[in-house]
Design a protein around this ligand. Structure first.
Ligand SMILES: Cc1ncc(COP(=O)(O)O)c(C=O)c1O
Length: 367
């Protein structure tokens, strides 16, 4: 019997039974590699892969050949740097202080090595991306929702403005947090790339999604089995997307579970009442300094006179899992003048009773 109150969905979501069952079923009954065999199991695995891809595509308003399976957001964000640089000359890259390390560091690295210059996407006083002052850049990294602030950004408008500045700008959306709270329509956003991780919406770890609007326009960044049509001597013909971007064996078991995670998460897409109850109660506690806004999808705060790690240890001892630290988002913490924070984030498994319990536990700690 697990008495833990798990309030750390934004780090990773708990798994619905349907995901666990689907993975077990795949492993026990139809496991085989994809794209290589003609036996019954290989064909069943191919069907599973195509089916999963279709579900993901429908989930974000894309076509199946625009969906590339990766191992997660970090993997996709790093890959996109190579995909883009192999095909285009990149001189300026816009990043922002609400970015997660995974979104910004790959480009920071390019800049540090002298291959591009970083420019900043300015933020408003509320730490939203300032739509009115979008800079001119060759590449723009857009965090659709910060994992510290939990506010959805106006991605469509940001991209529209970015294209007014530079019609050829390459827009890359980090939707790792956004995907857990709202439906995405990539066609409406009109982004060039978008990525998210399955594990934050209830699928297993090790699988993520990289959407590519025009896969034919880009060079593959990974080479190997499954992505070549013909090869003869030094000559090769690369396969079309998505195979083109999926060299090597995919995380098939996790991919088998992903559609079940998506359908359970879609049915939920909620938690606002629980989040808002906790927020309101915390706002009455004088020692708590809330860093997030009332309507944010997650709650971040610091405690007056207490290090966030000490606070984390105290709530942890009371059976609560939440996140403390810099959340791999150092820049926004620096901007807010704190080195770290405490984060509460809810998922489909959380109840109002969890909310009341965490509020009572925190009240006891900060009294
Ligand atoms: C906004 C954001 N981007 C990227 C990531 C990285 O995701 P992953 O660790 O699944 O690759 C996270 C994870 O916390 C995130 O919150």
């Amino acid at each position: 019997m697990n008495k833990i109150i798990y309030l750390d969905a934004a780090a990773s979501a708990l798994k619905p039974q349907t995901v666990i069952d689907a993975e077990r079923d795949f492993l026990e009954n139809s496991y085989a590699n994809t794209g290589r065999g003609v036996c019954a199991r290989a064909m069943a695995a191919d069907e599973m892969l195509a089916g999963s891809r279709k579900v993901v595509a429908e989930f974000i308003g894309a076509k199946p050949n625009q969906i590339v399976f990766t191992s997660g957001t970090t993997d996709a964000m790093n890959r996109i740097v190579n995909i883009v640089r192999l095909s285009r000359d990149v001189k300026t890259v816009a990043v922002s202080d609400i970015d997660h390390h995974s979104a910004r560091m790959p480009w920071e690295n390019i800049a540090r090595n002298g291959f591009a210059e970083l420019v900043k996407l300015p933020l408003t006083d509320n730490f939203d991306i300032d739509v009115e002052n979008i800079p001119n850049a060759d590449v723009m990294v857009i965090t659709a929702m910060s994992n510290v602030l939990g506010m959805p950004q106006d991605v469509k408008k940001i991209i529209e403005r970015a294209r007014q500045q530079n019609p050829n700008v390459i827009t890359i959306v980090d939707a790792a947090q956004f995907v857990a709270h709202s439906l995405i329509d990539v066609a409406n956003w009109n982004c060039d790339f978008l990525c998210f991780s399955g594990h934050k919406i209830g699928s297993d770890t090790g699988v993520g999604v990289m959407y590519i609007k025009s896969p034919d326009d880009w060079s593959p960044d990974k080479f190997g089995g499954g992505m070549v049509q013909t090869i003869s001597g030094n000559d090769w013909n690369i396969d079309v997307a998505p195979n083109k971007f999926e060299a090597g064996t995919l995380p098939l078991t996790q991919i088998a579970g992903l559609p079940f995670a998506i359908s359970a998460w879609r049915e939920w897409l909620g938690g606002a009442d629980i989040t808002s109850y906790i927020y309101n109660e915390l706002s009455k506690m004088p020692r708590i300094k809330l860093l997030t806004k009332e309507n944010a999808k997650i709650i971040s705060f610091v405690v007056d006179g207490m290090h966030v790690l000490d606070f984390g240890a105290l709530v942890g001892a009371a059976g609560v899992c939440l996140r403390v630290g810099n959340m791999c988002a150092s820049w926004i913490h620096g901007l807010m003048g704190v080195s770290g924070s405490v984060r509460i984030s809810v998922g489909p498994w959380n109840t109002m009773a969890d909310a009341e319990n965490i509020v009572n536990i925190i009240r006891g700690i900060v009294k």
